[in-house]
Structure formats: structure tokens, C-alpha cells
Write a protein that binds this ligand. Structure first.
Ligand SMILES: [Zn+2]
Length: 203
């Protein structure tokens, strides 16, 4: 396999990128100047050095050399509520955080439940481990408002209660100010605020 083919294979691993789009990206990269390509390659290298995965919530965060606590600024902030919101990915977390309507902690589960999600990271065991270590006042499951999202919510709820029955009355889901099919990633701050305000326990 030559380097262009390898690059195509790698680009196809990106979310929602198929073979034709991967090829378009490659031609785009090839058409850029040498300096552009060099910067692109350097930035990938740099991002790897500067951004780290938080071992507590599994979000990517910019390393801060002054405050090197080993966890991200959200996890390290004692002023935040002791609620835990389980989100699908970093993009959703960022969007909810930007809305300013949530002041608890987060956990990035990384994917949909195994039977509906593409093979990838689904951090069920990691979530259980964190729930065993810290007692949260509430767990809010903020999965996408889709059939697969609902299935994943049920799956997570079931897995938590199986191991930690004391959480039975402490699990809630976002209220559906969010229309069906709208991903949190695209929801505006007002919609997110409504969804959090209208969250409800699932028992
Ligand atoms: Zn964190």
C-alpha cells in the first residue's frame, strides 16, 4: 500500500467520512503548498503533546504546566456540584459547557452501547469504577435523542444499577426540549438549558 492509500484508509476512520470524501481530502491536501502541509503535519504532532485525556472524566484538555494536577480543570474544580453528567463525546461536553446551564462534573462515555455503536470506546467499566470511588448526588444521562441513544441510556442505567443499586433513584435523563434526532452537538444554548431544566428521573 502506498502512502496515499494509507492516508485514505486513515481518513476513512474519521466520523462519517467515506472513501470518496477521503479521496477529496487527499487531493485537497496535495494541492496545498509545501509550507501548509508541513504545518498540518506539525500541528498533529503538537496537539498530541499539548492535549491530554483526563483520567477522571475522559475529556481531552489542554495541559496546563502551571497547574499540573493530572486531571482537567473541570474535574479539579471543587466549586462545581457533585452531579455527574454522562455525555457521548467531547463535542457534546463542550456544547453543554458553553451553554452555561450545568455546573456539575462530566463523564465522556465515548460511544453508543456495544450492540448499536460502531466498535470503539464505550467506557462502561470506567464509569462504574468512578461511581464506586466518588458518591455523586445525581447521574444525568445525556445521550442523543435517537433510538440508539435511548437504547444506550437504558443500557447504561441497567449496568449501573446491576452493580450499584444505591443509584436507583438518582439517575435522570435530559428533558426533551431537544427534538427527536437532534444531537446535543448541534443544540443551541437555550435548548440545552431547557433540556437540563426539564430533566427527569427515569423511574
Ligand atoms: Zn476531567
Amino acid at each position: 500500500m502506498n502512502s496515499a492509500e494509507k492516508l485514505k484508509e486513515m481518513l476513512m476512520q474519521f466520523p462519517s467520512v467515506g472513501p470518496r470524501q477521503a479521496e477529496r481530502f487527499i487531493y485537497f491536501i496535495l494541492s496545498r503548498s509545501k509550507a501548509w502541509k508541513k504545518e498540518f503535519a506539525n500541528l498533529i504532532e503538537q496537539v498530541q503533546q499539548e492535549v491530554e485525556l483526563c483520567p477522571a472524566c475522559f475529556r481531552f484538555y489542554q495541559k496546563n504546566h502551571k497547574n499540573n494536577s493530572g486531571i482537567c480543570s473541570i474535574c479539579a474544580n471543587n466549586q462545581r456540584d457533585n452531579a455527574l453528567m454522562v455525555v457521548l463525546n467531547n463535542t457534546d461536553l463542550k456544547n453543554i459547557e458553553k451553554s452555561g446551564s450545568y455546573t456539575g462534573k462530566y463523564f465522556v462515555i465515548g460511544g453508543l452501547a456495544p450492540s448499536v455503536g460502531k466498535a470503539g470506546t464505550f467506557r462502561m467499566q470506567e464509569l462504574i469504577a468512578i461511581l464506586k470511588k466518588t458518591e455523586f448526588t445525581e447521574i444525568i444521562l445525556a445521550m442523543p435523542a435517537t433510538v440508539d441513544g435511548d437504547y444506550t441510556t437504558e443500557y447504561i442505567k441497567h449496568e449501573i444499577i446491576k452493580t450499584l443499586p444505591e443509584y436507583k433513584d438518582k439517575i435522570s435523563v435530559l428533558g426533551r426540549g431537544l427534538s427527536r434526532g437532534v444531537e446535543l452537538e448541534y443544540a443551541d444554548p437555550a435548548t440545552i438549558k431547557e433540556a437540563i431544566k426539564n430533566k427527569k428521573t427515569i423511574f
